[in-house]
Design a binder for this molecule. Structure first.
Ligand code: AHM
Ligand code: MG
Length: 324
């Protein structure tokens, strides 16, 4: 049986060859990062780097290693103008921007608190375009993303990608190549599974409390059915689960994180995942507006995130609208 490689898939699309080249380099970067994560203990890369990133969070050694690998690999792409990384405060310009050049937004290693305990982590990315020659604006809405995806480093390494329509999953084989194994990933409209860090319950706003209370009440409550809960503390793992079997994921604004606008970052966490989820038939909102319609004010801006199966996301939007 002939297998479709990532290269076959991209070459069979209508994407610009320069963008195909960039996406292949992103996939290469993900493969290298997967190796570096797998070999973390041998290379002395587990644990903290004794440094903090722009968000004031402790950087893991592998956060920095992964960022360097992304920069080194993707910089080989001639039309890539700039990099916006979770780990780097300023935008990294690689060339004088020309109309049509690409902008790469990425979180090189998401969920890195899971590394030392050997649970799933991943890389998240999105690509947008320079609008006119010399334009150094990178703060575009998520609707302008040309493509988005993530790599998950779990029991197997997978790359999940949307290039505008549909979502496709590729699994890495031992030779390092990605093969199409999940041609049409879709999020079921209905679900009975939710994901939220419930240790923040006392900080939540009323709409989120109401939603979770009703799920917890199960068949004795107003929803008249039982719900299951999962929390991996790795957004890539949560989104992958939702793309495989449905569910709803919440990292809402609450009384503790309101000044920063939430925890997750708009440009390289929320927007790429929102594009994947919407293109797989799900929905993604802050509670009040679609994530991809939020106008960014800074490269590291944070945003409340609610995404997944449409029926549950719509219910959460209705609860938020009632309160506002
Ligand atoms: P990171 O980019 O510093 O790894 O943080 C993002 C991660 C997400 O993957 C995950 O959904 C969330 O943080 C978990 O947060 P918490 O530790 O509050 O449960
Ligand atoms: Mg992250």
């Amino acid at each position: 049986m002939t297998q479709t490689t990532l290269r076959d898939y991209l070459n069979g699309s209508a994407l610009n060859p320069d963008l195909i080249h960039l996406l292949e380099e992103v996939a290469n970067a993900c493969s290298v990062v997967a190796d570096r994560v797998r070999n973390g203990a041998f290379e002395g890369n587990l644990g903290s780097a004794n440094a903090t990133n722009v968000q004031g969070e402790t950087q893991k050694t592998l956060d920095i290693v992964a960022n360097d690998e992304f920069e080194r690999t993707c910089a080989r792409s001639p039309r890539l103008a700039a990099l916006v990384s979770e780990e780097v405060e300023e935008v990294t310009w690689l060339k004088e921007p020309e109309a049509g050049d690409y902008l790469l937004y990425f979180d090189p290693l998401d969920g890195s608190s899971n590394i030392d305990v050997n649970l799933s982590v991943g890389s998240i990315f999105a690509v947008m375009q320079v609008e006119k020659d010399g334009d150094r604006d990178v703060l575009h809405k998520g609707r302008k993303q040309l493509c988005a995806g993530y790599a998950i480093f779990g029991p197997s390494t997978m790359l999940v990608l949307t290039i505008g329509a549909g979502v496709a999953g590729f699994t890495s084989q031992q030779n390092g190549s990605f093969y199409l194994t999940h041609p049409q990933m879709t999020v079921p409209t209905e679900t009975s599974e939710y994901a939220i860090n419930t240790s923040r319950y006392r900080f939540w706003d009323q709409p989120v409390r109401r939603y979770v209370d009703e799920c917890v009440a199960g068949e004795e409550g107003p929803r008249e059915r039982n719900f299951n809960m999962r929390w991996a503390a790795s957004m890539v793992a949560e989104i992958h689960r939702i793309l495989i079997r449905g569910g709803v994921f919440l990292y809402p604004a609450d009384s503790k994180n309101r000044t920063t606008g939430g925890k997750l970052r708009l440009m390289y966490e929320a927007n790429p995942m929102a594009m994947l989820i919407e293109n797989a038939g799900g929905a993604a909102t802050t509670g009040l507006v679609s994530i991809m319609d939020v106008q960014p004010t800074g490269p590291h801006q944070r945003v409340p995130v609610i995404l997944g199966s449409k029926s549950e996301v719509e219910r959460l939007i209705a609860y938020h609208k009632k309160e506002s």
